[in-house]
Design a protein around this ligand. Structure first.
Ligand code: G1P
Length: 309
């Protein structure tokens, strides 16, 4: 592993905060094969967690973190995502006529979280390729990336807001990480790091989905990133990696000898809605935590767990 390390670029705090990040890219073109049959005719990003589609949690987190434009990278069959975040005047008029204020509010809210632009990924060439397609909209500014499968519950401090504070201080790319057990490292991008301060690390090396037993650490990339625009140049030069796809992890690794890249062990809870069990867990835990639904859901779960004749 040591041979792969590049000389670390000096990490220097900025004199003034970096410009605020205003744009977020949501790669949403994946087939969702782990969620079949539910995702056969419905984009996996649109499956319901409690009362809203999975992807809305990410867009809400973006809005709560000060982001005002969302770039969806979609594919054939994903039109429902664009519709969800668009206005629906017919539906609004019907709800208004019925006096359904709560429904009207929910419908309008989904359309007002951010301004939405979408680009298409015609072929499934990988996460890195999806990010590269957003360049035409993002341009030469730092931007956020949200993998919509990951719902991040940061409580009062959204996980993206935590990353953005680090970016404001140092001006460089910042990746959300969490420690995972040894037997799960092969599912993630894994980092080799040196500590900077509490929960903050500078990345020395990174590898996408290392074979079991070869991971450089237990620090795994989770679905939130802040990236500098240099990533586009790096991705253009990135060849297919793990799974034959152009990997974002490989593109970020190519940045390491040009600028510091940081990893933040965020505070919050992640739900991996790209797997059936993670999706079910998100539904159960977030429903239990909902102030209105929580008590009835708890009673329902207790009843289901209780003695049966
Ligand atoms: C992607 C990234 C990987 C990251 C993971 C987090 O993988 O390539 O580095 O650890 O998301 O969920 P995917 O889950 O799309 O295979």
């Amino acid at each position: 592993m040591v041979g792969d390390h590049v000389a670390l670029i000096d990490l220097v705090p900025l004199d003034a905060p970096a410009p605020a990040v205003k744009v977020a890219v949501f790669p949403s073109a994946g087939l969702g094969t782990r969620m079949l049959p539910a995702s056969k005719a419905i984009p996996k990003e649109m499956l319901t967690v409690v009362d809203r589609p999975v992807i809305q949690y990410g867009v809400e987190e973006a809005a709560a973190s000060g982001i005002d434009q969302v770039v969806l990278v979609t594919a054939a069959g994903k039109g429902a995502i664009e519709d969800h975040f668009d206005a629906n005047h017919g539906l609004e008029a019907a709800l208004e006529a019925k006096g359904n204020a709560a429904g009207l509010d929910a419908v309008r809210r989904a359309a007002s979280l951010a301004s939405i632009v979408s680009v298409r990924q015609a072929r499934a060439l990988g996460l890195g390729h999806a990010i590269l397609l957003a360049e035409a909209v993002v341009g030469p500014q730092a931007f956020a990336v949200f993998l919509p499968d990951d719902i991040m519950d940061g409580g009062d401090d959204p996980v993206m807001a935590q990353l953005l504070r680090v970016h404001a201080r140092f001006g460089c790319s910042v990746i959300a990480v969490e420690r995972v057990p040894d037997d799960q490292t092969s599912r993630y991008g894994i980092l080799d790091v040196i500590p900077v301060s509490d929960r903050l690390f500078q990345i020395r090396h990174m590898v996408e989905k290392p074979a079991l037993g070869t991971a450089p650490s237990n620090l795994a990339i989770m679905g939130r990133y802040v990236l500098t625009p240099r990533i586009f140049e790096a991705l253009r030069a990135t060849r297919p990696g793990a799974g034959g796809e152009i990997q974002l992890t490989d593109g970020i690794r190519a940045l390491l000898d040009r600028e510091p890249v940081l990893a933040l062990e965020y505070v919050g809870r992640r739900y991996d809605c790209g797997t059936l069990l993670g999706f079910l867990r998100a539904n159960v835990e977030l429903a239990l935590r909902d102030p209105e639904l929580g008590p009835s859901v708890r009673a329902m779960v207790n009843d289901a767990l209780g003695p049966r004749d």
